[in-house]
Design a protein around this ligand. Structure first.
Ligand code: HAM
Length: 421
């Protein structure tokens, strides 16, 4: 048997999967709430290809990041081009922003995307090699921290609508090209004497990406003694961070300053944030994002400010309450007994569907008992029983599958009852 590739998975209709973390209607539910949030907050959809030139991620995300140095699915195309399955979608969106000259058409582009991303990570609960992200990017002239607070407000609206609880907002400022070099130098001086006791990763990062040493879980005890970026922010970064916090306070959004939050992508400047969930286990990051003011220039575009985030859709789905209703289950299952009844049921199904009613009709002749079993299996809400007698009378038995209640009604009454729904 050919199976899914390791650490990838199928997302199935609830009828075929008991595993609530892999049911497609739960993914649709999060997507629907996100789309509603984007409508309210003025974000428009962008769809970029799932593969890009490798150079986009090398330059955009940074060659020394884990993502680019060891997690990308990269191959050489027949013409010699190096291509990569996207591991994230911020660099592609900025590429599109530059390529389509969006700066000329709008002072502030507010874009969202929904789609798969690919990283060759070690799989575990909540971590997959193909996973799904929903993200937004705000790109343009303004770097007002009110943008950041508004995006976070939108995220909280989504979390509340989705009934996702036990979340915590962590914020930090990672500085800018003015203050970061000083900080990096200072950090190097502090870290150097501890290197012999530190892990291989930290020793490597000391040379290539010193800021990421602060992120090390293995050496957490040593790292906790090092200074944080907040100790050395320049005046402008400091003011920006203070304003951002004022805007959060004005919205009564609680947060924790996490001075060692330095995310795994090199493009961040100033604000970095993450929302974690208490119910997820080791991979507890529900979403993450931040400001990336230099990214457009790094990718060959003109100067542009940028801020955004991406949420892990798989992790959102895991954090939803158990009882998310599946809107794709049939409202009505038509059970028929006898050839004439089947013919009638098939026609009735067509008319009901034209009126917008989700209904299922059995294609096989079965006993009533077996029809009921099938209706139960597809989780139909109601069953209409059509037998020869009912056909003659023009009245049919309707059974509510959750209460067991039965009533008799005519075709006209049936339409009346279900059309509105
Ligand atoms: P990221 O922190 O790499 O940021 O990913 C964002 C979210 O994607 C994570 O918080 C997590 O929920 C989810 N995620 C990441 N890797 C996996 C995985 N292997 N399996 C399941 N879920 C995963 C970015 O990707 C940035 N582009 C976010 C951003 C947008 N920053 C600014 N704009």
């Amino acid at each position: 048997m050919i199976k899914t590739v390791k650490h990838t998975r199928d997302i199935l209709p609830s009828e075929f999967s008991q595993d609530t973390s892999a049911q497609s209607h739960r993914f649709q539910h999060v997507e629907a709430i996100a789309r509603e949030a984007f409508r309210r907050y003025g974000f428009r959809e962008i769809r970029t290809p799932i593969f890009e030139h490798t150079e986009l991620f090398a330059r955009g995300v940074g060659t020394e990041t884990d993502i680019v140095s060891k997690e990308m699915y990269t191959w050489t195309d027949i013409n010699g081009d190096s291509l990569t399955l996207r591991p994230e979608n911020t660099a592609p969106v900025i590429r599109a922003y530059i390529e389509h000259k969006m700066a000329h058409q709008s002072d502030l582009a507010k874009l969202f995307y929904i789609g798969p991303q690919f990283r060759r990570e070690r799989g575990q609960k909540g971590r997959f090699r193909q996973f799904y992200q929903i993200g937004v990017e705000v790109i343009g002239k303004s770097d007002n921290p009110a943008i950041e607070a508004e995006v976070i407000e939108m995220i909280y609206w989504m979390l509340t609508e989705l009934k996702i609880e036990q979340t915590q907002l962590l914020i930090n400022s990672v500085g800018c090209p003015v203050c970061r070099p000083n900080f990096n130098e200072m950090l190097k001086r502090e870290v150097a004497p501890h290197l012999p006791q530190m892990c291989g990763n930290c020793n490597r990062r000391y040379e290539t990406n010193i800021l990421r040493v602060l992120d090390c879980k293995e050496d957490a005890a040593i790292v906790s003694k090092f200074p944080s970026t907040l100790n050395l922010l320049c005046q402008e970064c400091s003011t920006h961070f203070a304003k951002f916090r004022t805007y959060l306070d004005a919205r009564s959004i609680p947060y924790k300053i996490e001075p060692r939050l330095v995310r795994g992508l090199d493009y961040y400047t100033r604000t970095a944030f993450e929302i974690t969930s208490g119910s997820l286990g080791a991979q507890n990051s529900l979403l993450g994002g931040g400001r990336y003011d230099g990214l457009s220039e790094t990718l060959g575009g003109s100067a542009a400010k940028g801020f955004g985030f991406a949420l892990g859709l798989d992790r959102f789905v895991m954090s939803l309450p158990q009882d998310v209703e599946d809107p794709s289950v049939p409202l009505l299952f038509l059970a028929h007994l006898g050839e004439k009844a089947m013919e009638y049921a098939l026609k009735l199904a067509s008319s009901l569907r034209r009126e917008g009613v989700a209904c299922a009709v059995d294609f096989e002749a079965r006993s009533l008992k077996n029809s009921m079993k099938l209706a139960d299996k597809v989780k139909a809400k109601n069953v209409l029983i059509i037998g020869e007698d009912e056909l003659v009378k023009g009245r049919y038995v309707l059974r509510n599958m959750s209460t067991g209640e039965q009533s008799e009604l005519t075709e006209e009454e049936l339409f009346e009852r279900f059309k509105a729904k």
